[in-house]
Design a protein around this ligand. Structure first.
Ligand SMILES: [Cu+2]
Length: 343
């Protein structure tokens, strides 16, 4: 008697938990970013997710419903209740679950295929802007081949124009993802995977590497700024200028240090001898909002990065060399003054 009540209680508890947790977790008040799309392409990804979710819910209800039905219908009602009739090899049942699952999976495959093919390449008649995206450890490089410059961690795109991203990596596999604007694309060494999207609304969007790529994977994030076409053209013009010359004595000293302390071996600054390609292009560093993608670009944070980048992004590649190059507080101040003048 008590044993039976216990079984019922457990079954009931499972049912209630499933019914309560599942929809609550799925349809929380704040939709996850990828379910709040700001481009048609991300909209397609969200739609695909919702369709697959519906199929999954349907399968869940059918399977769970049958289990509950069988448990109730064929339960042992008393000590003398015989074991229900056992069946083996029912053609009707086997056909039903084979065809049923095949149809469900085929349906998911078709919608999936449609989504993937539309996301793979921009419409042939559209004038797409090309941006080369390079996954680094642990930052992003964005090169605009048409305009002849590179930048890092902050991607600018024009609103209302398709942008095609050609991805590259010279290290490990990364994944390029802007949840509100696009699906994901794996950034694979020795291969140029492509993805495209078109932002419909001006705004700032969050991007994140979506493939575990080393200690600073979580710090490998970026911002996307979608600008109206005139503003984007203005930004391009500014980025094409060579770097600003330092004006104050402190900043001039900072520029000297940039070469004597080895920074130029890893960083490029257009209009100077600095041609390094290991770290981000710093030509217009002071036009960015962040330092190394993770801190707001204030004097204090730039100083912190230059003095001890390990304290900001433990394991970062710059520190592997710079830990052997001690800088005095005055030298840090001078470097900060120089960097913060690179508008
Ligand atoms: Cu990565």
């Amino acid at each position: 008697m008590w044993q039976r009540a216990g079984t019922w209680a457990v079954a009931l508890a499972f049912g209630l938990v499933a019914l309560a947790v599942f929809p609550a977790a799925t349809f929380a008040a704040e939709p996850p970013w990828f379910l709040d799309p700001a481009s048609e392409q991300a909209g397609r990804v969200a739609r695909l997710f919702n369709i697959e979710l519906l199929v999954a819910i349907l399968v869940f209800l059918i399977v769970e419903g049958l289990i509950v039905y069988v448990v109730i219908r064929y339960r042992q009602r008393g000590p003398d209740d015989p074991v229900p009739e056992q069946i083996h090899g029912s053609t009707a049942m086997e056909l039903t679950w084979t065809i049923g699952t095949s149809v469900a999976l085929l349906f998911v495959l078709v919608v999936f295929w449609q989504t993937m093919t539309t996301l793979a390449a921009p419409p042939a008649d559209a004038e797409a802007l090309q941006v080369v995206v390079r996954g680094k450890q642990w930052w992003w490089e964005f090169e605009y081949p048409e305009y002849g410059f590179r930048t890092a961690n902050e991607l600018y795109i024009p609103v209302g124009q398709p942008v095609e991203f050609v991805t590259e990596s010279d290290n490990v596999i990364h994944s390029f993802w802007v949840p509100r604007l696009s699906g994901k694309v794996d950034v694979v060494p020795g291969q140029q995977n492509r993805i495209w999207f078109q932002a419909d609304e001006p705004g700032e969007y969050f991007g994140q590497c979506a493939e575990l790529c080393g200690v600073q994977h979580a710090g490998m994030r970026f911002k996307v700024f979608a600008l109206p076409p005139e503003k984007f053209a203005q930004w391009v013009k500014e980025q094409q200028q060579p770097a600003a010359e330092p004006v104050t004595d402190l900043a001039k000293f900072g520029k000297e240090l940039f070469f004597t302390k080895g920074c130029a071996g890893c960083h490029a600054i257009a209009g100077t001898q600095a041609q390094g390609r290991i770290g981000p292009d710093l030509t217009h560093f002071a036009s960015r909002t962040t330092v190394a993608a993770v801190l707001p670009r204030t004097d204090g944070n730039v100083a912190r990065w230059v003095y001890n980048s390990e304290s900001v992004k433990p394991g970062n590649i710059m520190w592997q060399t710079m830990k052997n190059v001690p800088l005095s507080p005055e030298e840090v101040d001078a470097l900060v003054a120089y960097l913060q003048g690179l508008k």
